[in-house]
Design a protein around this ligand. Structure first.
Ligand code: LLP
Length: 432
């Protein structure tokens, strides 16, 4: 199985030891499941590796864009890690979950004045500043409120990762951050150090998402630490925090690679320490911002099969009661998923079909060329694995489809953490 929390018993698919066919019956479909034990296990893996190789000043920040709802911030709070938010909406959700906002880092290449004011008023830990305009707004609002604000500066190291085009963020021509190579980042540091209310603590970069390349974080760190040394030489400013962003890849299908997180962090920590030594710098406190690798394999989506269309000599379609509205990742990136007919797990899979949604669009595909049992039929339950990241958080109401509920699975308990949208929710903001 693609992940160890997925098993088969009595012909039914199980997720974190729950029979998913029973869960589909109990809660209806489409349905997002989330395995809390797995989320915590993934968080522990980061916490332990960071502690072991970087010491107790290091902090994991959950990149909450991957999956944001109140209960998830509660988990992160209990786990005593930080979060990355990119909008007032994510910040508000965290605040309402009683998350300690001093451990929140506010990203975005274009924060509005309202975002900035809201963050400052809520005493957010850090802004990850993208550009001078933003720094000046922080300076102005902090001046009005007589406050000081900690910031990191987001820079682009000029690293091109092998991932989906939309997931690349570290290249010089990216819309994110300020480029090191053009000299703009160094100039910007000078401008920021002149501000009275803005306190620069260090630097952030993020090279991409769903990244598997062996040495990409070390190559990035070499560029970043050389930059820290230039900053020190030019301004006598010592970098206190280094935030390397997120991006570690997860396995969606059997031929995706896997890696050992502990080994990866160990190699990275060794590289960072060596580079700092080379430039005679203190090793900054380390931050990492995983999103996908915390929640992706803790998620699964259940659907009920509707129409089955066979076009002899051409292709077949299995249609389900959700689609690109709850999982737009195939439509956006051609992303691949492992899919199962959850109530017929012992049947031979020899019927090839595309798994498609119910939206009015041919691009409404969840996965192509999936092998189903030949007796796949209406009312069967389809399970799509590894949907915990960037599914619910990117869901939409296209065709006015209500968004599914989320059920959390913890030990032997299953409980709702997000309600299914109703038809009344769909028209809630309409005015006639
Ligand atoms: N930090 C920053 C600044 C980011 O921009 C991101 C992701 C992360 C951390 C977390 O990256 P992760 O560990 O989740 O890879 N919607 C796309 C992914 C977009 C990622 C955006 N930034 C997808 O579904 O593949």
């Amino acid at each position: 199985m693609i992940c160890e929390n997925i098993t088969t018993k009595n012909g039914h698919l199980h997720f974190n030891n729950f029979d998913v066919v029973d869960l589909a019956k109990k809660y209806g479909t489409p349905l997002y499941l989330m395995d809390e034990n797995r989320i915590r296990k993934n968080v522990h893996a980061y916490k332990e590796a960071l502690n072991k190789y970087f010491g107790d000043s290091a902090l994991t920040l959950y990149a909450s864009k991957a999956c944001s709802f109140m209960y998830i911030y509660k988990i992160m709070m209990e786990e005593n890690i930080g979060i990355d938010v990119v909008s007032s909406g994510e910040l508000y959700t965290a605040e309402k979950s009683d998350f300690d906002l001093s451990k929140a880092y506010f990203h975005s290449n274009n924060k509005t004045d309202e975002d900035i004011r809201y963050g400052i008023e809520k005493n957010i830990g850090y802004f990850v500043v993208d550009n001078i305009e933003e720094a000046l707004v922080i300076e102005k609002i902090c001046g009005d409120l007589n406050k000081e604000q900690k910031i990191l500066l987001r820079v682009t190291p000029g690293i091109d990762t092998h991932t989906y085009e939309a997931d690349k963020t570290g290249k010089i021509d990216s819309k994110f951050g300020t480029a090191i190579e053009t000299g703009q980042a160094l100039t910007l540091v000078g401008e920021i150090l002149k501000l009275k209310h803005v306190r620069l603590y260090g630097f952030h970069c993020h090279v991409g998402s769903q990244v598997f390349e062996e040495d990409v974080y070390e190559r990035t760190s070499k560029i970043m630490i050389k930059f820290f040394s230039q900053v020190k030489e030019t301004y006598n400013f010592e970098t206190l925090e280094y935030d390397i962003g997120g991006g570690l890849g997860v396995r969606y299908v059997d031929d995706d690679p896997s890696f050992n997180l502990d080994t990866k962090i160990k190699i990275l920590a060794t590289c960072i320490k060596e580079e700092c030594k080379k430039y005679n710098l203190n090793v900054p406190s380390f931050r990492i911002e995983p999103g996908r690798s915390i929640v992706a394999d803790a998620g699964m989506t259940l659907y009920t099969v509707g129409t089955i269309k066979k076009i002899p000599g051409y292709k077949n379609y299995v249609s389900i009661d959700g689609g690109m509205t709850d999982n737009p990742r195939f439509a956006l990136y051609g992303a691949r998923y492992s899919c199962f007919l959850a109530n017929k797990m012992n049947n031979l899979c020899n019927f090839k079909a595309d798994l498609v949604g119910r939206c009015c669009e041919s691009g409404d595909i969840i996965a192509k060329d999936i092998m189903f049992p030949s007796d796949v039929s209406r009312y069967d339950i389809v399970a799509v694995a590894t949907t915990g990241a960037y599914n619910y958080s990117m869901a939409s109401n296209y065709n006015r489809l209500p968004r599914p509920s989320i059920v959390m699975l913890k030990d032997d308990k299953d409980f709702l953490v997000v309600k299914r949208e109703s038809l009344d929710d769909i028209i809630a903001n309409d005015i006639i």
